[in-house]
Design a protein around this ligand. Structure first.
Ligand SMILES: Cc1ncc(C[n+]2csc(CCOP(=O)(O)OP(=O)(O)O)c2C)c(N)n1
Length: 371
């Protein structure tokens, strides 16, 4: 179905969510039509989206749309259950959910279990849903929305679960930023200069690039924990390792979308005063992995946030030369250290994926840490 028509049929005039590659047509259309601001907000996590939409409903009486990848169901669950629920405030919301890991469709390991429980999750929360497929007819969606309208009147939520290829848009939206230092080159440089340090890398393409860089160097992957799912939690994983392994200097490779998703982790990391941790933010001001949709990063001074959270030092670099200098200099400093690298919004078309399973990655990583 054409995304333009989809939006005409949906009852909402306010849209908020966290982007998803499977919902790229929807995200692109919302960007083209509204940009970000008054009617469309790309937020830090899916729970934020539910709450922001709830506020909009309180002020307008209308039914806002909350869009998310199914991975975000967990983040959305608390405000769905304890705020929006008919048994609490009764806030009508139209959820639009990208269906990754759909049973029977090949997908990455981190999506498989989530895919299996996506519809059960909605059933558990007593949220009626319609699964939109490539073959769905306009009539099917209209009928579902008519049913949903009755639910909304009762202060309930309803969901459209979007299968791969179900929403289409002729022209993609063009996203860009002002930087030209590639994330992959930044990671290559970090691997060069942090020597044998364990690296905890964030969800998305940064982990895939780290994996490929090890292959390129003929090294194994035993120093890297690739956080393929659980977006926003890489720095907490790194802190957990640093607390236990005080002789290791633990490096976290974070993304700006991921860091924003659970920014409270920075406060905890700062407060830990842990000397053996280097938190590196690869800031491309975008959710590049899922299509390049903007984050609110241009508005955030991360270095100041880190300092205010109690990190010992914070650095900002935009090119290879300065990154090399800071990596050398910061190796002599006590942590927690924060290093922001402003990166281009780009990745290779032919970027591979890890060949080992997440469990194999874990076992290799643990074995190496043990030594
Ligand atoms: C809870 C959750 N919501 C959404 C996603 C989908 N997702 C995967 S990667 C990604 C973007 C990550 O952005 P950022 O951390 O800035 O890294 P970049 O892709 O720009 O390198 C998103 C939204 C997810 N995996 N988990």
């Amino acid at each position: 179905m054409k995304v333009e028509r989809f939006l005409e049929l949906c009852p909402s005039d306010f849209f908020t969510g966290v982007p998803d590659s499977q919902l790229k047509a929807l995200c692109d259309e919302l960007m083209e039509k509204y940009g970000t601001g008054k009617q469309h907000h790309i937020v830090a996590n899916e729970g934020n989206a539910v709450a922001l939409a709830a506020g909009y409903h309180l002020a307008s009486g209308k039914v806002p749309m909350v869009y998310l990848q199914n991975s975000g169901e967990g983040n959305a669950m608390n405000p769905l259950v304890s705020l929006a629920s008919e048994r609490v405030y009764g806030i009508p919301l139209l959820l639009v959910i990208g269906y990754r890991g759909e049973p029977g469709v090949k997908d990455e390991p981190q999506h498989l279990f989530q895919g299996e429980i996506t519809l059960d999750f909605l059933k558990l929360l007593q949220i009626p849903y319609f699964v939109l497929e490539k073959e769905s007819k306009e009539e099917d969606l209209k009928n579902a929305l008519e049913g949903f309208a009755k639910e909304f009147q009762k202060g309930r939520q309803a969901a459209i679960v979007v299968k791969k290829g179900a929403l289409e848009k002729e022209h993609g939206y063009h996203y860009s930023n002002a930087y030209n230092f590639s994330r992959e080159d930044a990671i290559r440089c970090i691997v060069d200069y942090t020597e044998d340090s364990p690296i905890v890398s964030t969800t998305g393409k940064a982990s895939r690039e780290l994996y490929e860089i090890r292959e390129e160097r003929g090294e194994d992957h035993s120093r890297d924990f690739l956080t393929v799912g659980s977006m926003g939690h890489a720095s907490s994983i790194a802190l957990g390792i640093a607390l236990e392994k005080e002789n290791e200097r633990v490096v976290c490779l974070d993304g700006d979308g991921a860091l924003l998703m659970h920014m409270g982790a920075m406060a905890v990391l700062g407060a830990s005063g842990q000397k053996n941790i280097l938190h590196i933010l690869l800031n491309n001001e975008a959710h590049e992995t899922v299509g390049g949709q903007p984050t609110v990063s241009p508005n955030v001074d991360y270095g100041s946030v880190a300092k205010a959270c109690g990190y010992n030092k914070s650095y900002l670099v935009r090119n290879q030369k300065n990154l090399e200098r800071v990596l050398l200099e910061s190796a002599k400093e006590e942590g927690p250290i924060f290093l922001e690298v402003r990166c281009a919004m780009h990745s290779r078309e032919n970027l591979g994926r890890p060949k080992e399973s997440p469990k194999e990655n874990k076992e290799l990583f643990m074995k190496k840490l043990e030594k």
